[in-house]
Design a protein around this ligand. Structure first.
Ligand code: SF4
Length: 66
């Protein structure tokens, strides 16, 4: 395991929303499709899940308004 890469986390999609660990709030899961931290989006499981590995990038790289 690469010590410099964070472990991916599973975030369940509920009514089109997913808890975003970077923004610390629920976001539309569409946002994950264009997110640099997305590793996979699986809509064929129940419940659907986004797997992402947010890193420690500085906050100014995040667009909290989207
Ligand atoms: S993929 Fe990006 S937008 Fe989606 S939950 Fe993870 S960090 Fe947030």
């Amino acid at each position: 395991m690469d010590a410099f890469r964070p472990s991916p986390e599973d975030h369940l999609i509920d009514n089109g929303q997913v808890y975003c660990p970077r923004r610390k709030r629920d976001v539309e899961f569409d946002l994950c499709a264009g997110c640099a931290w997305t590793q996979s989006i699986d809509l064929h499981v129940t419940p659907p899940v986004v797997r992402c590995a947010p890193d420690s990038s500085p906050g100014w790289l995040i667009r909290p308004w989207v």
